[in-house]
Design a protein around this ligand. Sequence first.
Ligand code: NDP
Ligand code: GDR
Length: 341
Amino acid sequence: MAMKNALITGITGQDGSYLAELLLEKGYKVYGLVRRKSKLDFNNAEHLKGKVEFIFGDMTDSASLLRAMEIAKPDEIYNLAAQSFVTTSWETPLSTADINAIGVTKLLEAVRLVKPETRVYQASTSEMFGKVQAVPQNETTPFYPRSPYGVSKLYGHWIIKNYRESYGMFACSGILFNHESERRGAEFVTRKITISVAKIKAGLQECVELGNLNASRDWGHSADYVRAMWLMLQQDVADDYVVASGETHTVRDFVTLAFRAAGMELEFHGEGEKEYATLQGTDRVLVKVNPKFFRPAEVDLLIGDASKAKKVLGWEPKISYADLVKRMVESDMKLLAEGKI
Ligand code: NDP
Ligand code: GDR
């Protein structure tokens, strides 16, 4: 069989790097869209230099997307590029929409003009469920986004569906629930916690300040979730799928497990803005709530029902929540010891 070409936008991000590894393993020729920054930094894709062909471009720049299509002539596109941090979406709501919403239409138009048979994967999100209308959430649960990020992604989701129905394009959305990894950005709560645990254990930090400890998320590992993206584009028919672990845990639970993985047991005291945790049997404070990290609107509870992905795609996650926490803590302790944090 002829080698397939794939174009990944967002290749320097967490998911982009795992997906590139998966596609290379499967024998794809992989192209990755990267944007120019003041420092030439490939972030999570540094190790892919020489294996992937990088194309400079930007989701807000139609010309660069057309150029990327012309160069890569992809059989499959994975649109992972986004301003993906929910908190920042209140600070930069317009550029978030430019990249995450209008950028998807720009990409779809470039596909239509250059190679309409290209199969397109869109990175939709459980943030579209926001103020949840049902528990657990599946493909038929009504959306109610709670941030400029969630709203921008909802546009991307619907424009994909519309191009599929209007032009018969093979365009799919994966409604992915939170997935983390050793490569997660440091501002997301899981990685913020695991880096802090490593530093506290090494005596380099006193405690970690967090926002809403009651928020519940359905957390999986990125390496499992990129497999679902690929599976969606191998089907006979384009469709949308929820990808989730089916378990939900609070931020409080994640921080407890993370400290435990480093041999430290927490004891919680107080509640709301006054909540904090000490090292068991001591008065040493290791976790503090700081309202600075509360959001203008919160998504309280996410738990996904991935039965459709399991049935149609045969997808199953391999890495459990407990393993995820352990892997992230161990990786950050190692990175810290090597001077890489
Ligand atoms: P990351 O934030 O790690 O990666 C985002 C990527 O998008 C980076 O490569 C970034 O490049 C790139 N990017 C940002 N803006 C632009 C732009 N204007 N033009 C081109 N590229 C740009 O996200 P994840 O890997 O975690 O997530 C991948 C996708 O999946 C995102 O769309 C995210 O919204 C979505 N998603 C993520 C979930 C998760 O839990 N991780 C869950 C559901 C959906 P640079 O390195 O230059 O910043
Ligand atoms: P989320 O991820 O907003 O779910 O979006 P994040 O890890 O930022 O927040 C998860 C929950 O933790 C609470 N929280 C904190 N969050 C951060 N970042 N920092 C803190 O100190 C803190 N304390 C508590 C938050 O309030 C929230 O409830 C991620 C992104 O990857 C999106 O791109 C993706 O679409 C969704 O997951 C699914």
